[in-house]
Design a protein around this ligand. Structure first.
Ligand code: 13P
Ligand code: SF4
Length: 301
């Protein structure tokens, strides 16, 4: 049996589900039971009947699954797959900011640590942030850790006051607006879809801004035939699978997330075989973090 077959056999024996983010390597997406953006994967992890989840993504995603479903075993095949943006918000600093703004509601991007989630009122992803923040009555919003997503939402809700954290995604920061201008000059009829983790000049130069899932939906339902995809290159796997007749371009500059690429098939196999790399979260922190994630699912419905 090859590695794929071994994984499928083990998965059946152990009644496990394999979840993968769109930024994962093609062979990981191909072996997964469900591939999606952060919100979809969080929903899947919460609603699936399997008690064993192999989460092919980065740590905050697997932690979010465990926070919402503590009774399930959640494995992260690449134990050191973190998210540098999530690491940019330290819990102690969040506490200080909250003290400075006692009337503000704290909205944290799902790309955050369990402890930061435990200090937040509600979580969000890039696909539901606007809906969630719109449903909050309070005027003052602390948004963390992604300044770019926060700015993008703030531009659409001018009557709220946003206190933005200074975090960013090192992958999306690599792209500059010039790359988008160049693509437009080379291909007159190109449409540009960008992730909100991109900086403002890049967002301003795009035709569409959305989560990975929303970008895939945008290009799949558009009648246009050429697109520049301004997010991590892993999404091209699903995009090309769904749209074999269309043409897709990347802005260049190495839009690859090293952490998302840490998971290989052998890691999936080993974690399933040996039940390695289980996610564990301090119960006190988990209970508080649960509230912010459950609020996201309630408000994001
Ligand atoms: P989405 O899948 O929600 O668009 O998030 C992108 C991301 O950066 C995940 O780390
Ligand atoms: Fe974190 Fe950016 Fe990688 Fe997503 S793409 S996991 S935000 S570093």
């Amino acid at each position: 049996m090859n590695l794929n077959e071994e994984i499928i056999k083990l998965k059946k024996e152990k009644n496990a589900i394999i979840l993968a983010h769109y930024y994962q390597r093609p062979e990981i997406q191909d072996i997964a039971d469900a591939v999606g953006d952060s919100y979809y994967l969080s929903k899947m992890a919460r609603e699936c009947s399997e008690n064993l989840i192999v989460f092919c993504g980065v740590r905050f995603m697997a932690e979010s699954a465990k926070i919402l479903s503590p009774e399930k075993i959640v494995l992260l095949p690449a134990a050191d797959a973190g998210c540098p943006m999530a690491d940019m918000a330290a819990a102690e600093e969040v506490k200080i900011l909250k003290e400075k703004h006692p009337h503000a509601k704290v909205v944290c991007y799902i790309n955050s640590s369990a402890e930061v989630k435990s200090l937040s009122d509600v979580c969000c992803t890039s696909s539901n942030a606007l809906k969630i923040i719109n449903s909050i009555e309070e005027k003052e919003i602390i948004f963390l850790p992604d300044k770019n997503l926060g700015e993008h939402i703030a531009e659409q809700i001018p009557d709220k006051e946003f206190i933005l954290w200074d975090g960013f995604c090192i992958t999306h920061k690599k792209v500059k607006a010039e790359a988008l201008e160049k693509a437009r000059s080379l291909h007159k009829d190109i449409l540009i879809a960008a992730h909100p983790e991109c900086e403002k000049p890049v967002r301003a130069a795009a035709d569409f801004i959305g989560s990975t899932g929303e970008i895939i939906n945008f290009v799949s339902t558009s009648s246009n035939s050429k697109f520049l995809i301004v997010t991590e290159e892993g999404v091209l796997h699903e995009i090309k699978r769904k749209n074999p007749e269309k043409k897709f371009y990347l802005p260049g500059g190495g839009m690859s997330c090293i952490n998302m690429k840490k998971t290989y098939l052998k890691d999936v196999y080993n974690s399933l075989l040996n039940m390695e790399n289980k996610i564990e979260i301090n119960e006190e922190i988990r209970k508080k973090a649960y509230v912010s994630l459950a609020n996201m699912h309630e408000l994001g419905r």
